[in-house]
Design a protein around this ligand. Sequence first.
Ligand SMILES: Cc1ncc(COP(=O)(O)O)c(C=O)c1O
Length: 282
Amino acid sequence: MRVLALLDGTLADPEAPLFRADDLGVMRGDGCFETILVVDREPRELGPHLDRMERSARLLQMPLPERAAWERAGQAVIDAWPWDSEPEMGLKLVCTRGIDGGDGTPHGFAMGMDVGPDTKRKRDSGVEVVTLDRGYAPDLMDRAPWLLLSAKTLSYAVNMAALREAEERGADDVIFTASEGTVLEGPTSTVVLAQGRKLLTTPPASGVLAGTTQGALFRAAEQAGWETEVVDFPTSALFDSDGVWLASSIRRLTQVRAINGTSVKADDALHNEIVNLYESNY
Ligand SMILES: Cc1ncc(COP(=O)(O)O)c(C=O)c1O
């Protein structure tokens, strides 16, 4: 299922071509995007997603159409979505730098997509992951801002290659590690640990995306009396913790059951508590 809207709020045929062959998004993956979960017509964390898209565009030094245009296109998709048969939707906002050699006008659209059965199954039964070296040190972001480490750019080929590598190794997903052996993030997710009544995640300053799902979970957890810490931690912490999750808008909180073929603690009651904390935001 696909519903497509342009930034003026009009609907378009999702099966018809939309971009020119010389669009820089097509030719170089030059642009930024967001994926937002919408449940029963209600977008989750819309403000933080739009804030992050503006930040990504700033890091890319490209103009971004105004916020109202994204809200208008997103609402057009939500209004046209068949909520009775599909109660949840992934809403993609995509913006490219525009035509190669053109006048610099960015091109964007909003597209609603259904959440696949594989994602839902992993949410329910958890995942096995492998750790893969991402090849950079946690301080690289400061030293080399042009690498756009914490921006959500359209260049996800490396992230997708890592997921294929996981599949070849018989796993479902990936946790990237830094060259120092600390934990970064998943190719499309934030890593969250539980240690007693404390939740931990890696700081965006280490070059990971600031996750809106992790942000929502930590907000609710703090209100419920949990401690939270945003800090670099070694790969060994994945094995010593009371639970490990991959967090992202569409997968929500997916529990990690094994890492590199070794089981990690994956308590059902704790998983339910974490999921309920996140859901209590909505
Ligand atoms: C690299 C990366 N890290 C983290 C996340 C999680 O972000 P969010 O919770 O805002 O969806 C994503 C989302 O796709 C991602 O691509």
